[in-house]
Design a binder for this molecule. Structure first.
Ligand SMILES: Cc1cc2nc3c(=O)[nH]c(=O)nc-3n(C[C@H](O)[C@H](O)[C@H](O)COP(=O)(O)OP(=O)(O)OC[C@H]3O[C@@H](n4cnc5c(N)ncnc54)[C@H](O)[C@@H]3O)c2cc1C
Length: 471
């Protein structure tokens, strides 16, 4: 490995584009006492620190990060700062009633705007533009499923937020080859993921939080690596011990490496590619002047954005799940998946043919067994966890941050009563079941897409896929 700066830049287009050096901040210098210890400097950990220090500037807060701020999914994602919350309205309604599901969605709409407001106020130059999301129909089966989705949103009272666009109207936003129309919502912003994460780290530091980088946490309150128990409020790092009455784990997919948390989430790799900056002529063909985020109706998810410097960054699923929830740098590079993503760009946007792919990267998302994210805090044990966003974490992590701050400070607010607070998901099955079901479901999604392209009709595999992935 060359310099650490080069290694961190190679993790994503976004980290590569950060203006300042990515050489790590100082590690924890030895044992310390603080009021709150936060493990992980992604959006979740940093937003928790942000709202805590804003509420009480006297708090001593340490953020403990194994690599650098924004190293994980927060520095690598698809740039959708979106309304989407991973659990379905039906799931939430079954657990807490229809009003709770509606309240959760309304708070997610508000959260997108909150991130834009804070970025402006804090001078975080992350290119936040609320252009909405267009989900295009590119085969007749998508028309049926996306129109049904618009009706479904309307049945929950959100008709004004999600609208079916006929082909001409959709083309006026983004010209996609073979478009038959699309579903549009204004409730999403595009942003530069790494600049948001790095900017947030600077912002909390200015207010007195210390972010310790290259400080791996080895064990923490409740459990140690040998199956024994550590005294509550004690975090053992490779660089010293942090004692704190409140400890929060904000490690998303990497949570599988924490003692006692191996089956809390399933780490699934999502991979991305980005083109070189495209010429004005190419953009004149495609349109896309509103910086909308973009997807289409296929089962094997793809997601894309037009970057601030005029590239297309497109990601998708298709990378395998690795036995035993294994994580490794090499799993972020799957040549076949990169080639498939490149093909998707040229199929959807033929004007890009010949444009070079300059960046290829990936990262893990954390999926809870019931696809239901949570923010939970046990005041007696002084231990909290937030995450399980299942690929919809950019905005949700902000809501987690605001909520965790309220829970730690014991404030009885509206958001502290939302249905995801203190939710418990059951653990994932032991292997080989996780491996078999997850990789089979990925294959089924790809084959459902082929079938829909061939027949023009919605695939009947949908129910089987949903059963396999546990939704
Ligand atoms: C390729 C990709 C595309 C995505 N696209 C989107 C999108 O468009 N929209 C959206 O909403 N969501 C998207 N997501 C998901 C979203 O990025 C995440 O949900 C979100 O960033 C999670 O933030 P986090 O802070 O909880 O976790 P992370 O950003 O993963 O941060 C966790 C941090 O914990 C650190 N850590 C782990 N273990 C330890 C330890 N033992 N000690 C100390 N530190 C530790 C890690 O180094 C890491 O920095 C995407 C994810 C990926 C990978």
């Amino acid at each position: 490995m060359g310099s650490l700066d080069a290694y961190y830049r190679s993790r994503s287009l976004w980290l590569d584009g950060v203006g300042e050096s990515l050489e790590p901040r100082p590690s924890l210098p030895g044992d310390i006492d603080v009021d709150v210890a936060i493990i992980g400097a992604g959006y979740t950990g940093l937003w928790i620190a942000f709202y805590l220090i804003a509420a009480d500037p006297a708090l001593r807060i340490a953020v403990l990060e194994r690599e650098i701020a924004g190293f994980g999914a927060s520095g690598r994602n698809g740039a959708f700062c979106s309304w989407a919350f991973a659990a379905t309205y039906e799931q939430i309604a079954r657990q807490a009633g229809r009003d709770a599901a509606v309240a959760m969605q309304r708070e997610m709409f508000h959260t997108v705007d909150e991130i834009g407001r804070v970025a402006t106020r804090e001078g975080i130059d992350c290119g936040f533009v609320k252009g909405g999301t267009l989900t295009a129909a590119t085969v007749p089966a998508h028309v049926a499923s996306l129109k049904a989705e618009a009706d479904w949103y309307a049945s929950w009272g959100f008709a004004e937020h999600f609208r079916w666009l006929e082909k001409d109207e959709a083309d006026a936003r983004i010209r996609v080859a073979g478009s038959l129309g699309g579903l549009y919502t204004p409730e999403c912003a595009a942003l530069d993921p790494a600049r948001l994460a790095r900017g947030l780290a600077e912002s909390v530091e200015r207010r007195g939080v210390t972010v310790y980088e290259r400080t791996p946490v080895l064990s923490f309150a409740g459990a140690d690596g040998d199956g024994g128990r550590l005294e509550s409020g004690r975090v053992q790092t490779a660089c010293g011990v942090v004692r704190a009455p409140a400890v929060v784990l904000a490690t998303e997919a990497y949570t599988v490496g924490a003692p006692g948390h191996h089956r809390d989430v399933l780490p699934m790799y999502s991979l991305m590619v980005a083109t070189e900056p495209l010429s004005d002529d190419v953009w004149a063909e495609i349109g896309w002047s509103g910086r909308e985020t973009f997807s289409d109706g296929r089962h094997l998810l793809i997601y894309a954005s037009r970057t601030q410097d005029g590239r297309i960054a497109l990601g998708g699923r298709g990378a395998p799940y690795h036995f035993g929830s294994a994580l490794a740098d090499r799993f972020e590079r799957e040549p076949q998946v990169f080639d498939a993503l490149h093909r998707v760009i040229t199929e959807l946007f033929p004007a890009t043919r010949g444009a070079r792919i300059t960046h290829r990267w990936g990262g893990p998302i954390g999926i809870p067994r019931d696809w239901y994210p949570t923010v939970k805090y046990d005041g007696d044990a002084g231990l909290g966890w937030a995450g399980g966003y299942a690929g919809d974490g950019v905005a949700t992590a902000n809501l987690a941050g605001r909520t965790m701050a309220d829970l730690i400070l014991g404030r009885d607010t509206d958001i502290a009563r939302l249905p995801w607070v203190q939710h418990r998901s059951r653990p994932w099955e032991a292997e080989p079941l996780r491996w078999l079901a997850t990789n089979f479901a990925t294959r089924m999604m790809a084959s459902a897409d082929v079938e829909e392209r061939r027949t023009g009709r919605p695939s009947k595999k949908e129910d089987l896929i949903m059963g396999l992935i546990g939704r």
